[in-house]
Design a protein around this ligand. Structure first.
Ligand code: SF4
Length: 291
């Protein structure tokens, strides 16, 4: 039986702070999460990507707010790598501003050791395997950075992109850009670090993530449209750069508004697939899981 609440019951339910488990049970019983929580007005690349893979997974994660309780060692490794590169370029900016020499390979190692000490991965049984995997990554990063000496504008740049769906419905797209460099031309390059295997170059061309970040550079951070938007696969030392001209960024705005409306109007039905369910934290409560 489909679980439907009356309009009055919806208003009562939404006025209280919802319990994530109660909302999840309502969803699993084929009720809409929007019976119990307000329609979302905040989105990010990750939320759009999750919704594309499975609307039910999106609802359980971002509307019910169920926590992830599965270990994600690859994600922890990526977090340690990101923290290392952030600390390195931040320190380089500071030193250059102070007229000091740039940090060296030993400094990069020190930043990694610090990030590793804070990582849950360091306490895992296979910690040494992961740690050894970092060494060639650090060598490649250092080799590239010591040759180019780029002028970094900032790291982990937080943005909030306002996107009115209509006169009464403002929503926002949020996120963090790993790094922005100033190019000799005066324009900027945005960089997103990736650990793991490099994607085919054409995926950078169609990357929604790069489109959102490029739009944020122009319309939220006011750095102008980036001359280059780059996926930097740090373990393989590969960079795939694309251009997002103004017309493409305007099209991205339209696309994001469409995506936000699609989510707000969704019934959050599950769309099982081996790819989606294999990375889902909610297979145990999902009756149609393909995993
Ligand atoms: S288990 Fe599969 S179908 Fe169910 S919510 Fe997760 S991704 Fe969707």
């Amino acid at each position: 039986m489909i679980n439907v609440l009356s309009a009055a019951a919806r208003d009562d339910a939404r006025s209280a702070e919802p319990d994530p488990r109660a909302v999840a049970e309502h969803v699993v019983a084929r009720g809409s999460p929007l019976d119990l929580v307000a329609a979302p007005d905040w989105f990010s690349y990750t939320t759009f990507d999750t919704f594309d893979r499975c609307p039910r997974q999106y609802a359980l994660r971002y509307l019910c707010r169920l926590p992830s309780d599965q270990p994600r060692p690859a994600a922890e490794f990526g977090s340690a790598a990101h923290a290392t590169f952030e600390a390195f370029t931040r320190d380089r900016r500071r030193r250059l501003a102070a007229g000091e020499p740039s940090p060296g390979r030993a400094d990069l190692q020190r930043f990694f050791d610090s990030a590793w000490a804070r990582s849950p991965l360091a306490a895992e049984a296979d910690a040494e395997t992961w740690r050894q995997r970092a060494e060639p990554m650090l060598d490649r990063f250092w080799a590239a950075e010591s040759v180019d000496q780029p002028q970094t504008v900032g790291e982990e740049l937080r943005f909030r992109l306002r996107l009115p769906l209509d006169l009464d419905t403002p929503v926002a797209i949020g996120g963090f850009i790993d790094r922005v460099d100033r190019l000799p031309s005066g324009s900027v390059e945005l960089i997103d670090y990736k650990t793991g295997r490099a994607c085919p170059p054409e995926e950078a061309e169609s990357s929604l993530q790069l489109s959102i970040y490029a739009l944020a550079c122009r319309d939220a951070l006011h750095l102008g449209p980036p001359a280059r938007s780059t996926l930097y696969f740090v373990e393989e030392g590969q960079r795939f750069s694309t251009e997002r001209p103004d017309a493409a960024l305007n099209a991205t705005r339209t696309d994001l508004a469409y995506r936000a409306r699609q989510i707000r109007g969704s019934d959050f039905a599950p769309t099982p697939s081996l790819r989606s369910c294999g990375w889902c934290d909610f297979t145990a409560m999902c009756p149609v899981s393909a995993h």
